[in-house]
Each structure stands twice: as structure tokens, then as C-alpha cells.
Write a protein that binds this ligand. Structure first.
Ligand code: TMP
Ligand code: ASP
Length: 237
């Protein structure tokens, strides 16, 4: 497998074509972005730790029956993934109130949400990822009605697997965002699952262990991601 030309460069990752038209190399850079690109920094070792955490989680999800684009780790910063036709929506599940939910509805951070809340957002930085409903997805053709049902089911299944995984490692999975894409007529989980795209709190102290450390200038961003990796048993050697 040879890495060929750059296909797409996002805020934190770059995708490259390979000599296999169905496979891409996903490179995790140290670049870190928040507020839809409004705040950017390069944080040494972040690409490496996120690449490793993502590989670990994607493998756990595959083992639990959630199909993902992940194929294998290639090196410190790169993983091999299946090429997907991405659906331009973000699927969020919230187990505990935080972030934009608190801002939008005036609820207190930390409120337990039972059952968890599912939300769709449009993936569009210029519009600041507005919240959308199934009806917008249908009206504008962003996904087929069956795909909407599947995305909700899969995002909930991911919660079942990962909330337990993080709980066993002493962390609360507060909320997270996942994305899906099409490959050979199937819907696969794409993008990543790392502390950049979820909220994790220490189960005892509720210390923030995710990108809120960067958003809110709490410090020790990468060190804390490395602690998440260590608690999960992710090999960082
Ligand atoms: P929010 O509270 O900002 O709506 O975010 C909810 C969760 O989804 C949080 O863990 C961060 C994640 N998320 C992203 O990673 N990228 C995004 O563009 C959005 C909208 C949310
Ligand atoms: N993921 C988005 C960004 O990179 C939003 C955020 O994390 O605050 O800007």
C-alpha cells in the first residue's frame, strides 16, 4: 500500500489517497481547533495520542458489532481507513448536560440525562454547525430516511459500548459526536473517536479530560489525553 496525494485537509487531520481506490490514509496532526476553527493551536504529541486512542476505540466498536472505516494503525500518526462517502451531519449523544445544550436551554452543567439525548448537527463551520432535525435531513436530501434511522441506532449502540468502557476506566462519557459515511451500500462509522470529539470527566472528581481543557484554557491538554489512554490501557510505546 502506497500513500499518494493529499485528498482533503481538515482542521486536525489530513486524508491521503493510496494505490487502492477504496483505502485512504488518515493522518492525525498536532493541530487542535475549537469553536469551529475560531481557536487554533499545535499541541505536541496530540496527533500521536489521538491516533492510538482512536485505533483502540474503533477496534472495541468493531468487536461489539459496530462497523467502522478503521482498517489498521500504520504508524504513530497514521491509520489506514476505508474510503467513505460522508454524510454531512454530526450525531451527538449526551449522557450528562454540558456544552451547547447548557447554553441553548439554560440547564445546569452536570445534570444527568436519562434517557440520553440524541441530537443532529449540520457539519458546516461557516454556519457554526447548527442543530437540525430529521426533517431538515429529509428535506435537503443530506441522507436517506433509512440512514437517519440507522445513524440514530448506531450512535446509541456506540453509547452502550463506550459508556461502559470509559466507566471501567474511571471516566464518565458525558457526550460525544460521531459521523457516518457510505461504503458499498453500507453505513460505516467514519472520522474519529478521541477526546477531541467527546467529553470525558473523571468519575470521582468530575475533572475535565477532553478538549474542554483546550477550549477553556485549563492546561495540560495532551498530558490529560495521555492519561485517558493510560487508563484505557492504550499502548503509547
Ligand atoms: P456541543 O456541546 O458543542 O454541542 O458538543 C457536543 C459534543 O460533540 C462534544 O463532546 C463535542 C462534540 N462535537 C464535536 O466534536 N464537533 C462538533 O462540531 C460538534 C458540534 C460537537
Ligand atoms: N470541532 C469543532 C472545531 O474544531 C468545534 C469544537 O470542538 O469546539 O472547531
Amino acid at each position: 500500500m502506497n500513500k499518494l496525494k493529499e485528498l482533503a485537509r481538515g482542521k486536525a487531520k489530513t486524508l491521503y489517497e493510496t494505490d487502492d481506490p477504496d483505502l485512504l490514509v488518515m493522518e492525525y496532526r498536532d493541530d487542535t481547533s475549537a469553536f469551529d476553527g475560531g481557536k487554533m493551536a499545535s499541541l505536541e504529541r496530540k496527533g500521536r495520542v489521538n491516533n492510538r486512542i482512536n485505533a483502540f476505540i474503533m477496534q472495541r466498536l468493531e468487536n461489539a458489532g459496530v462497523a467502522t472505516h478503521f482498517v489498521r494503525l500504520l504508524n504513530d500518526r497514521e491509520s489506514l481507513v476505508k474510503r467513505l462517502k460522508m454524510i454531512p451531519v454530526e450525531c451527538v449523544i449526551r449522557n450528562i448536560a454540558a456544552g451547547s445544550l447548557c447554553k441553548r436551554l439554560g440547564v445546569e452543567e452536570g445534570l444527568e440525562l436519562s434517557p440520553p439525548i440524541f441530537e443532529f448537527f449540520l457539519k458546516n463551520d461557516e454556519l457554526h454547525d447548527p442543530m437540525i432535525t430529521d426533517e431538515h435531513i429529509r428535506a435537503f436530501g443530506w441522507a436517506e430516511p433509512e440512514e437517519v434511522v440507522q445513524m440514530k441506532q448506531l450512535t446509541a449502540q456506540i453509547n452502550d459500548v463506550l459508556a461502559g468502557l470509559f466507566a471501567d476506566a474511571g471516566m464518565l462519557l458525558v457526550d460525544y459526536k460521531v459521523e457516518f459515511g457510505r461504503s458499498g451500500g453500507r453505513l460505516l462509522m467514519g472520522d474519529e473517536f478521541t477526546p477531541d470529539g467527546c467529553r470525558l470527566w473523571d468519575a470521582e472528581t468530575r475533572r475535565k479530560m477532553d478538549k474542554d481543557r483546550f477550549r477553556r484554557d485549563l492546561g495540560d491538554v495532551v498530558e490529560t489525553y495521555e492519561e485517558v489512554a493510560a487508563r484505557l490501557g492504550v499502548d503509547l510505546s
